[in-house]
Design a protein around this ligand. Sequence first.
Ligand SMILES: *Cc1c(COP(=O)(O)O)cnc(C)c1O
Length: 433
Amino acid sequence: MQRQFLLQQGDIPTHWYNIVADLPVAPEPPLHPATNEPAGPQDLQAIFCDEIIGQEVSGERWIEIPEEVREGMAQWRPTPLYRALRLEKALGTPAHIYFKFEGTSPVGSHKLNTALAQAYYNKRAGIKRLATETGAGQWGCSMALACSMVEIECTVYMVAISFQQKPYRKSMMQVYGAEVFASPSEHTAFGRKVLAETPDSPGSLGIAISEALEDTVTHPGVKYALGSVTNHVLLHQTVIGLEAKKQMEQSGDYPDVIIGCTGGGSNFAGLAFPYLADKIAGKEMRVVAVEPTSCPSLTEGEFRYDFGDTGQMTPLFKMYTLGSGFIPPGIHAGGLRYHGMSPLVSLCKHEGLIEAVAYHQQTVFDAAVTFAKAEGIIPAPESAHAIRAAIDEALRAKEEGKERVILFNLSGHGLLDLGAYDRYFAGELNGDS
Ligand SMILES: *Cc1c(COP(=O)(O)O)cnc(C)c1O
């Protein structure tokens, strides 16, 4: 039986897929925080370049990928799609389990797909430097490398507690030439204000976003980059699903269930949106978003307008949210600690196109270890949420004695997250939510 489904070198999609063109209802626009009026392109010009703003508001179905971006991605794309034969055997399931593996990019996750596109457009617009924030460091690494690839500067505000506890991602960013500040930092007025009030502040994504935005709007030639949530980021990630569809065709199977973990929604959408086009056209399938019980925006949040950040500086987005003041506990899947959810993923949930499920991290790590022993790849804790759901689908198929084709996204490897695995083996995850 075939294990690997490879595409030819250079066989990378020529266009990104924009689901807005096919959704049964139009997305509601973001609102300006001061006026509560729909925010127009001009409201975004202080932080994004025009090409990216155009993609953010586009209703066009297919958007061409620039040749330079395709050439850059050719270093790690097309990424492999595997059938998890040894996992199927270990579970004794009649299900066929497939996964798309995004951990083969130089930074080890899907995030480089959009980082490269964003760096490219900003370089072409004459931008000299990009400012961004990072939590656990996956996004900061991707942005640092992408900026190095197109030769512009990069400044990363990294949540202070991660800066101290996850030093290797900080080291990677420095290797790629980025300037990295522990946030809150002395580098911005907002950071200095937080430090004056709380000298030993552990920081938060909300504070780091505010610092990156302040850096952007107070310096000429600087723009801001975001790693998830927004429409243009989800668009750039659709290379994952477009490739996967071709690879699944080689396998002769068509997925009954498609699964991805959701922090801000980008890797899930990247795999799922090209398939949702088929579902909207009448094809039967289930599409499942997986989140942590400690940050359950899709399963327990409200669908309403809310701010994208804690400092309430961003526009208001219509999305599933736990409230912009919600501070999730410090679970190991740092990439899934976000109070909201991408407006497009939220709309798909609201329209009944996708479903959502939440898992506790203990059971997520059980699944991660089962998977790693069978398939050899140690998954990022974020990605392990998708594995938990895939394994449960496979076990249900076994109980029901039914064949079922399952496809999930393995968004990144966990080789820089081994400390979290240590805590799991030490039995220290049980108490956390
Ligand atoms: C950041 C990250 C996520 C979560 O972000 P999404 O935008 O929801 O994809 C998931 N997996 C990995 C490996 C990540 O680095």
